[in-house]
Design a protein around this ligand. Sequence first.
Ligand code: FBP
Length: 264
Amino acid sequence: MIPLEDSPVTRDGKALILAYDHGLEHGPSADFGSVPETLDPEQIFEIGTHDAVTSLAVQKGVAETYYPSYDDSVNLLAKLNGTSNLWTGEPYSPQNWTVEYAAEIGADAVGYTVYSGSNHETEMYEDFRKVQEEAHSEYDLPVVMWSYPRGQGLKNDTKESVIAYATRIALEIGADMAKVKYPGSRESMEWAVQSAGEMPVVMSGGSKVSDYEFLSSVEAVMDAGGSGLAVGRNVWQRDDPEAILDALEQVIFEDATADEALDE
Ligand code: FBP
């Protein structure tokens, strides 16, 4: 495992990953319609320059086109695989760029989705193995795993036991950090964090909710021993992304409660 304390994609060992791969995963109508400016990747790179953001997770085309103007102000997390919402088969996320190419563009870390439980699990583990070994042995790049159990056999993908299994799988197959859905309570998150051993665990943001609900779940994750957050919609779908990032900075890096962060 690559220790993330000294990595540029963390601050004091904690992470706030701004995710912006939704144009591929969900499509522009689903996620950019409510705030039309979010269609423009440059707007998100601007948001990503906020001090609280430790890296920006994007796909290849967006990285190639926009990252060169931001390489001094944003850490790049190259999201190497991803699939569109138009795919209707069992979950599978193909690799869209290589570790080598991501490193050439200037990536500080790579990200990879694995759908454990899918009928394509064996292929995805094999794909992940190649990426993880190349990232570690050739480029010394940490690998953040979007660990999302899903597929025909899984009725509830945010159940406590499923999320703990998700963090454990990430540890077992060699991730340096796992990004998982929030299992609903601090206790459940604690179990997921413990299941990951020394590997850091961050919460996946999810669809937009109120400031208080969102910050409270982040507070619960931090109290549970989590290492932060990977978030998209709950930041850039807000009217004032900077204000929520100010609050997140306090909760993630300064041990503030949701109430304290909202009072500022
Ligand atoms: P959000 O904070 O907007 O949920 O983004 C996190 C993320 O993992 C994105 O990287 C990705 O596009 C999306 O969620 C995938 O969500 P799902 O697979 O559940 O549709």
